[in-house]
Structure formats: C-alpha cells, structure tokens
Design a protein around this ligand. Sequence first.
Ligand SMILES: NC(=O)CC[C@H](N)C(=O)O
Length: 328
Amino acid sequence: MNKKQIYILATGGTISAQGDEGKTLGYTNGVFKLGSIIKTLKGIENISNLDGEQIFNISSEDMCIDKLLILAKRINELSKLDSIDAFVIMQGTDTLEESAFFLNLVVKTSKPVIITGAMRPATANSADGPNNLYDAIVVASNKDAVGKGVLVVFSDYIISGRDVQKVDTFRCQAFNGKEFGCCGYVHDDIVNFINKSLKPHTINSEFNIDNIKSLPKVGIVYFDADLDSDIFDYYISRDYKGIVIAGSGSGMISKRWKNKILEMTKNSIAVVRSSMAEGGSVDRDNLDEEYCTIPAYTLTPLKARILLSIALEKSNSYDYLKSVFERY
Ligand SMILES: NC(=O)CC[C@H](N)C(=O)O
C-alpha cells in the first residue's frame, strides 16, 4: 500500500493540554506541541507519513475569524503541493464546529481535511486525544474521504463539517451531526462512510477568501421574552453588518423586537432567524416577508453566523443572502 502524506496543523486546545495527576479538570492548554503529540500514536507509521506545523497555540475560544482566515489560506496554499495528500487539524473543541463549517465553505481542495481534538487533557487517565488523532489520520488517509468536504472525526464518528455540533461539556462523545450530519464511523483502521452532505462545499462553494483580510462583523443575539430590543443598539453602534437571532422554537421573536428588526433590515443590516432548539429547522415564514428577515433552515446560530459573514463579504442584497441560506 502506498502510504499517504498527511500534513497536520496544530492549533492548541485540550488535545495539547497538561493537567494534574491523571485528572480531567483544571488543565493548561497548549503545553504539548505537535511533535510530542505525534509521538504518542502507536502504529501510525504503518498507515501514513506525517509532517506538519504548529500554526497557533491557542484555546479555541480565541479562534476568531481572523485566525480562521489564516488557517484556511494556509491550507489553500499547501493543498497545491503534490507532496501532501490530506490535512488533519487539531484544535480545541469549544469552537470546533465553527472552524469546521468555515473551512468547509472556503477551503479550495478536494483533498481530505479532517478536524479533531480532545475532551480530556493529554495527561488524563482517560485521555481521548491520541485515539481521536489516530482516527483522524486514518480517515484522512482513506480514499473515500476525498471530495467529502471538511469532516470532523471524534469519538469514532465521522461528521460533516456543515452539521457537526458540540453536544456535551465533558463526556468524550462530545460531538454529533445534528440529525443530518453523521457520515460514518472509524474503528481502528476500518473507515466506513454511510452518508454524505449534499450541500455545496470546498471546490464547489462560491466563496473565495484569497484576497480577503477580514470579514463583515456578524453577531448572535439569544432571544428571551423579557429582553429589550435596545440590545441591538450595541451592534448597530459598532457597525455590525449582520445579526443572527437565536430565536425560540422555529426562530420566533417577541412583539417588542419586531420594530427594531424592521428598522435594521431597512438600514441594510441583514437579520437571519435561527433557533435555540437543538433539532429541526427554521423555514420561511410570513415574518420574513414582513420584516425582511432570512431563515437559517437547518443551520444552528453558530453556523448561521459564519455563513452570513462570508456571504456578506460578497453582497448584502436581500435576494442574494436569502438564496445563500437556501443553498448552503
Ligand atoms: N475540550 C476542549 O478542547 C476545550 C478546551 C478549550 N476550551 C478549547 O476549546 O480550546
């Protein structure tokens, strides 16, 4: 078998963390660098050749869009090299789903791009990082991962970057693929793809970040029935170009918010309605006609923020943004 050349981009997170005496809490991220993490993998040399770099050393709470742009541009640059077959990104889990969707939209390669991380520090008795990283490399090395868009490999699951969601704060099975996104599983060296995302991604996405240095600001506002609409004044005063509402149920909002929303959409601030509910979708509603809002369909508020920001870079026309949310 021809061994694949896998390039690992390490960014920090719990997979690189050191804690106390086998414990899982109170650890320090970023202590172990890429080279020492790779050394903990037993048997990987039979699967692939590894190379890589420590592109950042941060907790994923700090993985802001500016950093994601740097990461995506680096992958785009490296993906042109024949000497690299696939990529594995290691990052903290807290914002992993945003990174996965962002890269899924702007990385221009059909080579596998796999993201993984860990829920337990590398020094914990129950450290899950080595197995997740091993699995991610196995999937990255598999021919069936080609052209599938950015994938997350975590606790034996292969999940589409579009649909992956963090669903737990401490258990190792911390990720799911909403109800649509689990693509398959990995079990030692067995990779079994069962589903794939049909939404446009990577080389079929219309978004190109080559000449982009920053993206328009988009904020998420989490709804509750007592929250005053002046919350939006903060975003307006700071030149946010878009707002994603994490609405109740199917993206619903109170009467007291509606006039403010109309004022914003009339002033060319895009407003997308998503839901705080875990499953289901926010579909088009009379509200959208009346207040010029846009439904997020099956995208969570976090994913909708990423898509809106990338799309706003191209255009803030209502019809364009509406069509982007229908298609992605
Ligand atoms: N389990 C984790 O990776 C969380 C650690 C940290 N908050 C991060 O996201 O980087």
